[in-house]
Design a protein around this ligand. Structure first.
Ligand code: FAD
Length: 317
């Protein structure tokens, strides 16, 4: 079932979560261990992130360095199929522009459609670590909006080969990313919203947000989106803080601010256990307030660790 149908048919706010494919070499059990504790709360859908290749230098004979490309977390599509098969819960693979030509994207979408996966979250992807800014493949997409257009095209039976006759249209429900505190490359929120609207106008069915800790930022974002004519459901992304180091890493990696009260509470903790408790309590309060605000679904970033998210959904749903 499509995410948008889950939302439209829901009688109460929904719960969903995101997980990462395990590091290469680990089995599918690592995924199941992240899902099992949360299944009893009836997630409407489970997202699986996509991780493109990274470059590393390996020392070879005589000190030569060889540049190699490695994908540390492969398996997004296989994991999505396994989730649907084992749990009968809808899965949402993340599809990115980076590293894909348009044809490779088309073929990946065909695979998904054959597997009965009819949801996708479409993203541009971050620049790879060794490049200062995002570089698309020669025949790839620059922006997520272009990827949305390709999927909408395929939903209308428009494949890249113009000579195809009566090609089977796909039927994907499309999610895209939104940033309550703006995307880090964007000069300001207004500009970012202009491009978010492009994704929605191109055919995105709903938006999932970057994680945030100050609900007022989400509420203002929703209001600004509505004023800008962005009327699709907006799903807030929530991630419980679990250790002190995240006071530095979350702003660095996600380009977000942390509220004073949260920083003070974490700073005052004497142990990691205490930080986890603060993180769970903060996320519970966030979740309850977002439901009261009218969020259609709460989407949790588990990062493969579902213990804290279990505590939160137990208290909220
Ligand atoms: P876009 O919507 O393309 O926007 C990128 C930037 O370009 C923005 O600053 C935007 O304002 C600007 N822009 C857009 N269109 C134009 C235009 N026509 N002209 C000029 N500027 C423009 N990354 C992964 O690699 N794998 C994942 O699985 C993954 N999952 C994610 C899930 C969520 C919910 C979120 C919020 C992010 C996720 N990301 C993931 C990270 C994401 O790929 C990065 O944030 C990336 O830098 C931007 O992706 P986007 O789809 O928002 O890009």
């Amino acid at each position: 079932m499509k995410v948008i149908d889950h939302i439209n048919q829901a009688k109460k706010p929904l719960f969903s979560f995101e997980l990462l494919p395990p590091l290469k070499g680990k089995g599918i059990q690592a995924i199941y261990e992240g899902i099992d504790p949360l299944v009893e709360f009836n997630p409407s859908f489970i997202n699986v992130t996509y991780h493109r290749e990274e470059y590393a230098y390996k020392k070879r004979e005589k000190g030569y360095l060889e540049k190699i490309s490695i994908k540390k977390r492969p398996g997004t599509v296989g994991i999505c199929a396994a989730i649907m098969n084992k749990y009968n819960v809808d899965s949402v693979p993340h599809i990115i522009c980076g590293g894909f030509t348009k044809e490779e994207t088309e073929n990946a979408l065909i695979d998904l459609s054959f597997l009965g996966i009819d949801n996708v979250l479409l993203l541009r992807g971050d620049p790879i670590k060794t490049e200062p800014s995002f570089v698309p493949e020669e025949d790839g997409h620059h922006y997520a909006a272009d990827l949305v257009k390709q999927v909408v095209g395929l939903n209308n039976g428009d494949y890249m080969d113009e000579d195809l006759q009566n090609a089977n249209p796909t039927d994907f429900c499309i999610g895209v990313a939104g940033y309550p505190e703006k995307h880090f490359e964007s000069p300001n929120l207004k500009s970012d919203l202009k491009y978010l609207k492009q994704k929605v106008d191109a055919g995105a069915d709903y938006i999932v947000t970057q994680l945030f800790y100050d609900n007022q930022k989400f509420k203002d974002f929703v209001t600004t989106c509505r004023n800008a004519g962005i009327n699709v459901p907006i799903i807030p992304g929530i991630k419980p803080i679990s250790n002190k180091k995240q006071l530095l890493s979350l702003p660095k990696f996600f380009h977000i601010d942390l509220p004073d009260d949260l920083v003070d509470a974490v700073d005052n903790c004497k142990s990691d256990e205490a930080v986890k408790k603060v993180g769970i309590e903060w996320a519970i309060e966030q979740s309850k307030d977002l439901i009261a605000f009218g969020a259609p679904c709460l989407h949790y970033y588990t990062m493969g660790k579902s213990v804290a998210v279990k505590e939160i959904v137990k208290a909220v749903f």
